[in-house]
Design a protein around this ligand. Sequence first.
Ligand code: NAD
Length: 298
Amino acid sequence: MGMDRFTRAANIDGKQFATELLERIKSDVEVLKIETGVVPGLAVVLVGDDPASAVYVASKHRQTIAAGMKSFEYRLAAETTQDELLALLDRLNADPEVHGILVQLPLPAHLDPNAVVQAINPDKDVDGFHVLNAGCLATGNPALVPCTPLGCMMLLKDTLGENLSGLHAVIVGKSNIVGKPMAQMLMNAHCTVTVVHSQTRNPAELCRAADILVVAAGRPGLVRGDWIKPGAVVVDVGINRIEGDGKSTIIGDVAYGEAGHARAITPVPGGVGPMTIACLLSNTLTAFRRRHTLAAAA
Ligand code: NAD
C-alpha cells in the first residue's frame, strides 16, 4: 500500500449520485401516478436563442421525459414582450397539469428577470428563486430551494453523514442562486458559516479554517492547495470554460491537482454539475407532493 492511498482525496462522484437520484425519482413518479392518477409536469420557458441556454433546456426536457414526467417546453422569440411572458406564466400558474415552472435565465435585456421570477406561483417555483421561497429558507422552513445548493447539500451529507452540526462551513461566493442559499442551508443544518466574497480581505486564511469548503465564485483555480485544511471536504461549484491549444476545457474554481490533502472533493466536470437537473426534477416531485398532500388535507 502506497502512502498516496492515505493522502489522495476521495472523489465525490456527482454523476453517479445524480444517476441514482434520477432512478429514485423515476420510481417515485410511477408510484405517485398509481396513487393519484396524475403525472408530475414541469414547464420550462426559454426566451430568445442563447445557445448555452438552448442546450440546458434541451437537456432538462430529455431528463424530465426520462424520469416519467410530463415536459412542457415553451421556446419564445427574443422579442417577446414582458406582458406576453407574464401572460404565459399566468396560464401555467393556473394549469393543473403543470407542477413546476422554470424560466431559463438570463433573459433578453428588455425583460425584467425579477418581475418575471416573482410572477411564478411560489408553489410551482422549482428554481426556488421566488422571494417567498427565499424567505422560507432564510427563516428555517424551507419549501422549494435552489437546485444547485440543494445538490451540494446532498453530496455533503452523502460524504459526511446526515449530521453536519457544529462543522465550520466556508462558502466562497454570495450570489442569490448559489452562495446565499448554500449558507442558509448549512446554517439550517447547524454549521458555523463564514461567507467569503470578492471584497473579503483574507480569503485564504478564512478558507483554511473550513471543515466544509463550498466554492462558487466563477474564478478558475481561485482556491489553491494552501487554502484547504487537511481533511476538509471540498465542493467545487465553478464551471469555467478555458480555451487553449485549439480545444476548450471545463475547469472548476478549485486547483483540483493541489487538493490531494482534502478528505474528499467534487471533480469538475462530473461533480456538482450533473446534480443540478436531478435536483430540479426532485423539486418538481416536491412541488407535486406538496400540492397533493395539501389537497388531501383540505
Ligand atoms: P455570480 O457571478 O453570481 O457570483 C459570484 C460570487 O463569487 C460573487 O458573490 C462574488 O463576490 C464572488 N467572487 C468573485 N470573485 C471572487 C474572488 N476573487 N474571491 C472571492 N469571491 C469572489 O456566480 P454564480 O451564479 O453564483 O456562479 C458561480 C460559479 O458557479 C460559476 O462558475 C457558475 O458557472 C457556477 N455554477 C454552476 C452551477 C452548476 O453546477 N450547475 C450552477 C450555478 C452556477
